[in-house]
Design a protein around this ligand. Sequence first.
Ligand code: LMR
Length: 332
Amino acid sequence: MQIKTLVATALFALAAAASVDALAQGPIVIKFSHVVAPDTPKGRAAERFKELAEQMTGGQVRVEVYPNSQLYKDREELEALQLGAVQMLAPSLAKFSPLGVREFEAFDLPYIFPDKAALYKVTEGRIGRDLLRKLESKGITGLAFWDNGFKIMSANQPLTSLKDFEGLRMRIQASKVLDAQMRMLGAQPMTLAFSEAAPALRDGVVEGTENTPSNMYTQRMHETQSHLTVSNHGYLGYAVIVNKKFWDGLPAATRNTLARAMREATVYEKKIAQRANDDAMEAIRQAGTTAIHTLTPAQQAEWRRAMQPVYGQMESRIGKETVRAILREVER
Ligand code: LMR
């Protein structure tokens, strides 16, 4: 009896020590860094993923979301992910070529997706899976594609015909396809990190830009840009990525639970993205600071014609196969 009690006490003490140990080790922490405001499609979905991941793992995982380039700017965040200083990011698809995967720049081709349905055929099908797989050799695992939306153009003068772009300094993301697109419009592209875009517009370092309404509104760009054109000439979206070593090193059950949380957060993200952009457009209209232009069919045709040569010029950089596969899928 006494021995039994002794053994039981010893086992209890061991179990208690083990759980204290586990507590001392603390939860698994995922640092999720991004560059936009919290109240954007990406910002809100990052928070949704945090909620889901923490709740589904019963607190075993803690997700720390760092918005607004608080930790890192565009390029730095990719390096930080590869070094393991952060575990999760959702950079725009325009920002993957410094990693050596230029195929992602296909998403920047002007007018490549007529609508979201065409886009989803690509991101949710074989092409999307193959693209994410290309990241593996860079020490990165791709988990999902997230939406933002179609881009508008802004400046301090109306942008409707091609001559309006002549010599205009336009901020772009770090994508050679976007660089070519702006040059074909007659503008002078300037690559700046997202965190530098709004200050550069305010200080006149650049004169105009392209982005989605939600990004423009949350960065208050409409307060310094007096004109915008609803051109929908290009798409802005994201790939959610994790450090591969970190991801592969997670206990299998935890990894599966996090993958499930990501799938749910992705459904949520796609549901809110369009609405967030529509609301931002309305908020800009209400602010009354910016004249909003739409293109006539003739102007639209002129823009398309001017940008079309980007395909021929950039195809070999992006990869002929990728561009053609996307075009086939979109036209199907
Ligand atoms: C930009 O740099 O304009 C965008 O990629 C920002 C973002 O993450 O939406």
